[in-house]
Ligand binder design. Structure first.
Ligand SMILES: [Zn+2]
Ligand SMILES: [Zn+2]
Length: 323
């Protein structure tokens, strides 16, 4: 059994999918990120990137997943009707997202597949689906006993995957930022958020010392300010500039920063320019691309192995193996 925390990017584009020759390097699918904590699979958002992920999960025979929605804008939900595991009778989907009542998230997903807009309704998809609108005061825990909600004051065991929520208002309608922690390693997913002058302090506090910070960085500075020819100002749209993302990464002392939610109008060259600008401001920064994988080794286990003369060392293959 793997003891690594892994992140794999399946969709990194914001707003709408952008196939074509100008987006080959970073990819054109909308937001979807896979996190694997040992044998447990957690999916962040269901943009079109979740479609190829679903095919792979079905092939890998992964039939139980947690799916977290940051919010319910199209670019974060539009892949769900094509998510293969949702059609498998032996699959169980634990779906969490923002909403005031237990009906809200499920209702929006049902509406996305109304008979007017899609041929298969949510109910007709054969998988078992537990759909929870979850308040930010609760945490999602996945341990030996299963998957459940708990109050944020609980102290789960070290074996538990713990998912905490921060509700941000820096996006129209609000957005959930998630922090996934396992074996002392943390990944923070902060998409669809706009920075503030002097940084978003609540977000910085929530993201403190994360090993990986995935942060919205949709815009070049000139674009945001309306100084880029052909691109109107985007202040107030609910997305960040590269500098805003780097400021949060610096202030929260993140291990690495992954720029996310690329503007659909940006070519590969423009995203590469955005990435270069980020590296100049925060050394461990890179732009997300489809297929990017990050592996966070379990340091406790490695320390244990190093202390034990009888245990074999981890091979490169064990460290690098994704499947
Ligand atoms: Zn979005
Ligand atoms: Zn949005």
């Amino acid at each position: 059994m793997s003891n690594e925390l892994k992140v794999r990017f399946w969709g990194v584009r914001g707003s709408y999918p952008t196939p074509g020759a100008r987006t080959v390097k970073y990819g054109g699918n909308t937001a979807s990120v896979e996190v694997r904590a040992g044998e447990r699979t957690i999916i962040l958002d269901a943009g079109t990137g979740i479609i190829p992920l679903g095919r792979e999960l079905a092939g890998r025979r992964v039939f139980e997943v947690v799916l977290l929605f940051s919010h319910l804008h199209h670019d974060h939900t539009q892949g769900f009707p094509f998510f293969v595991p949702a059609y498998l009778p032996n699959a169980r989907l634990h779906i969490f997202g923002p909403g005031g009542t237990s009906e809200t998230l499920g209702h929006v997903l049902e509406q996305n597949q109304s008979s007017e807009t899609f041929p298969v309704s949510l109910r007709e998809m054969a998988s078992a689906k537990d759909i929870h609108s979850v308040p930010e005061s609760q945490v999602i825990i996945w341990d030996e006993a299963g998957i459940r909600l708990a109050e944020s004051t609980v102290s789960p065991s070290d074996e538990a995957v713990v998912i905490r929520i921060h509700k941000s208002y820096a996006h129209p309608g609000g957005v959930y930022v998630y922090r996934i922690t396992w074996h002392g390693k943390s990944i923070v997913y902060a998409t669809d958020t706009e920075g503030y002058i002097g940084t978003d302090r609540k977000l910085v506090q929530f993201a403190k010392n994360a090993d990986v910070l995935i942060h919205d960085a949709q815009y070049l500075e000139e674009h945001y300010r309306g100084q880029l020819a052909g691109f109107p100002s985007t202040q107030g749209y609910g997305h960040s500039t590269v500098t805003m993302a780097c400021e949060v990464a610096s202030a929260s002392e993140a291990g690495q920063l992954i720029l996310f939610h690329h503007d659909p109008a940006y070519s590969d060259e423009m995203v590469a320019g955005l990435e270069a600008s980020a590296k100049a401001q925060f050394g461990k920064a890179q732009a997300a691309y489809e297929g990017l994988e990050i592996v966070l080794p379990d340091e406790k286990r490695i320390a244990g192995v190093l202390q034990s003369p009888s245990a074999p060392p981890l091979s490169r293959g064990q460290r690098a193996q994704w499947k």
